[in-house]
Design a binder for this molecule. Structure first.
Ligand code: PBG
Length: 337
C-alpha cells in the first residue's frame, strides 16, 4: 500500500476524531471563499433583475443589479465572477456576429465593473451559443455540420473584444479544435500578454446544462438538438487527457472540467496528470438537483452544498464555478460544518 497502519488496539483511528480541534488539525481539504467563482447571467437593462424559472434563486441581472452582485462578492471574499450575456432572440444571427461587438452591453458591463470594483476578477465566456439562431456554440452549415475553423476565427474576435473591454480571463467553452492556440496568438498579436485563458478543456456533452440553456434562451434555439459532435462523450476519460494536454500545449493558463460532481474522477485524473491550475464547474443541473432536494426539505442546504463543494476540491480542483458562490461564502464564514 505504500503506508503502514498499526494494529488494533495500539492503533485507534478514531483517536483523531474525538474533539473538534484535532479534527480541524487533521483535516486534509480546505474549502475557502477564495476558491469560488460566481457565474452571473446579464441582460441589457439599466436596472432590471429577472428571476430564472429553471434556476430558483438565480436572476438575470441588469447593470445596477450586476454591480450589486459584484459588491456582494467582494464583501464575502468571492474573488471572481463569470459573465454570461442573455440576448434577445431578435439579435441572434446564424453567424453570431453580436459576439464581437465592442459596443455590446457585455463590454459596457465589463468596463463598469472594472471601474467600480477593480479588485474583482472578471471571466468572460468565449462561445457562440448565446448569439446564434441555432443555439450552437459554432457556425452551422446547410447540412448541419458545425464548422470548426470558421468558428475559431469568430471566437478569436470575441476573445479580443473581451480583452479590449478589460476582462482578466477569457474562458473558451465551445470545444472547437485549435481555439486556444488561435486565441492566444490573437491576444499576443494585439499585446494582451497578461489576459489569461481558462480553457473548458474537458467539457462533456451532459444533460446537466438544461437549466442554463433555458436561462440563456439557447434551449429554444437548439430545438432538441445535441452538441455531441463537439462536446465530449461522457463515457470517456482518456479523451479528457488528450483534450487537456492539447489545450495546455496551445497556451491555456488554466483548465476546467465540466460538469463537476459526476466527473470527479476526471478532475482527479487531470490534476494528478498535469499538476496544472484546474477548475471545475458545478453546473446548472447540479445546482438544480441540490436546490430541489433542499426546497423539499430532503437535504439541509448549507450542509449538502458545502459537502458538494468540498468533494470537488478534494478531487483536486483549485477553484469552483458555482451558482452558490456568495451563499456558500456566507455559510463558510458562519462555520456551518
Ligand atoms: C456554452 C456553455 C454552457 C454552459 C456554460 N457555457 C452550456 C452548453 O454547453 O450548452 C453551461 C453551464 C451550466 O449548465 O451551468 N458555451
Amino acid at each position: 500500500m505504500g503506508f503502514q497502519c498499526g494494529d488494533y488496539p495500539e492503533t485507534r483511528l478514531r483517536r483523531v476524531r474525538d474533539k473538534k480541534f484535532v479534527r480541524d488539525l487533521c483535516q486534509e481539504t480546505v474549502l475557502g471563499v477564495k476558491d469560488l467563482i460566481y457565474p452571473l447571467f446579464i441582460i441589457d437593462h439599466p436596472h432590471k433583475q429577472e428571476p430564472i424559472p429553471s434556476m430558483p434563486g438565480i436572476f438575470r441581472h441588469g447593470l445596477d443589479s450586476l454591480l450589486r452582485e459584484g459588491e456582494k462578492c467582494l464583501e464575502y471574499g468571492v474573488p471572481a465572477v463569470a459573465l454570461f450575456p442573455v440576448l434577445n432572440d431578435d439579435l441572434k444571427t446564424p453567424d453570431g456576429r453580436q459576439a464581437y461587438r465592442p459596443d455590446s452591453f457585455l463590454c459596457h458591463y465589463i468596463q463598469a465593473l472594472k471601474e467600480r470594483l477593480p479588485e474583482l476578477g472578471i471571466i468572460s465566456d468565449v462561445a457562440l451559443d448565446g448569439y446564434t439562431t441555432s443555439g450552437h456554440d459554432g457556425i452551422v452549415d446547410e447540412s448541419g455540420n458545425i464548422l470548426n475553423d470558421e468558428t475559431v476565427r469568430i471566437l478569436c474576435e470575441q476573445a479580443l473584444c473581451h480583452a479590449q473591454a478589460g476582462v482578466d480571463i477569457v474562458a473558451p467553452s465551445d470545444m472547437m479544435d485549435g481555439r486556444v492556440k488561435k486565441i492566444r496568438e490573437t491576444l499576443d498579436r494585439q499585446r494582451y500578454f497578461t489576459t489569461k485563458i481558462l480553457s473548458y478543456s474537458a467539457k462533456y456533452c451532459s444533460s446537466l446544462y438544461g437549466p442554463f440553456r433555458q436561462a440563456l434562451g439557447s434551449a429554444s434555439c437548439l430545438k432538441g438538438m445535441d452538441k455531441k459532435t463537439y462536446q465530449m462523450d461522457f463515457h470517456n476519460r482518456h479523451e479528457a487527457l488528450r483534450e487537456t494536454h492539447q489545450d495546455i500545449i496551445e497556451g491555456a493558463d488554466m483548465v476546467m472540467v465540466k460538469p463537476a460532481s459526476f466527473y470527479l474522477d476526471v478532475v482527479a485524473l487531470l490534476k494528478s496528470s498535469f499538476k496544472f491550475p484546474t477548475f471545475a464547474y458545478q453546473v446548472s443541473g447540479e445546482y438544480g438537483m441540490l436546490k430541489a432536494a433542499c426546497e423539499n426539505g430532503w437535504l439541509s442546504e448549507p450542509k449538502a452544498v458545502l459537502e458538494s463543494l468540498v468533494s470537488i476540491k478534494r478531487a483536486g480542483a483549485d477553484g469552483i464555478f458555482t451558482y452558490y458562490a456568495p451563499q456558500a461564502a456566507k455559510w463558510l464564514q458562519q462555520e456551518i460544518l
